[in-house]
Design a binder for this molecule. Sequence first.
Ligand SMILES: O=C(CO)[C@H](O)[C@H](O)COP(=O)(O)O
Length: 226
Amino acid sequence: MKQGGSDDAKRAAGESAAEAVEDGMVVGLGTGSTAAHAIRAIGAAVDAGLDVTGVPTSFQSRELAREAGIPLTDLDAAEIDLAIDGADQVAGGCLVKGGGAAHAREKIVDTAADRLLVVVDPTKEADVLDHPVPLELLPAARRPVAAAVERLGGEPELRRAERKDGPVVTDNGNLVFDCAFGAIADPAALAADLATIPGVVEHGLFVDVADEIHGGTADGVTVTEL
Ligand SMILES: O=C(CO)[C@H](O)[C@H](O)COP(=O)(O)O
């Protein structure tokens, strides 16, 4: 798996997407280190008088938004005008997400938003998706989900917590498999197959959900309309 990109590139991407936030908007707040730059930039705009409300996608993004002073709400209370989120890999209009184990709530927020702006550094951009696909799954379904992934040609690996010897547990109390499929020629077909596996809560393929890709580099940002 590629090493994380430079923080300057991540910051450039996050701040570029944050410029699209307008007064009165409800904004989906993605998870991860690149989306964190957008959250901090939005917080600075709130300090300067911008009237926005955030919908977080994880405990991490909620805490970051609180520190940044962004008023928060949830999906029950508001329609989302714009979501800003990161990705583990981007190829054309398709994303792999879930590196932070937040893709279930991210997909709810990102697909509910009128527009989704994805913020990435150069290490995330690819011609074809080949990043392992995260699956959030019910803990009781480990064995049958692993067998179903293998029947689809994948190699499921239980994600373990870095600091503890146990597995990663999501905000929803579930486990995560990282499933290597190699090059994914048809992301939509794989997404449909993964979605039908009993016990899978959500997979990390986001197909035709993004509206813009903000690709940051140390020298600036390239915005791609999809
Ligand atoms: O999908 C995600 C979390 O579930 C993140 O948006 C994705 O992993 C990218 O994170 P980062 O910007 O830190 O590389």
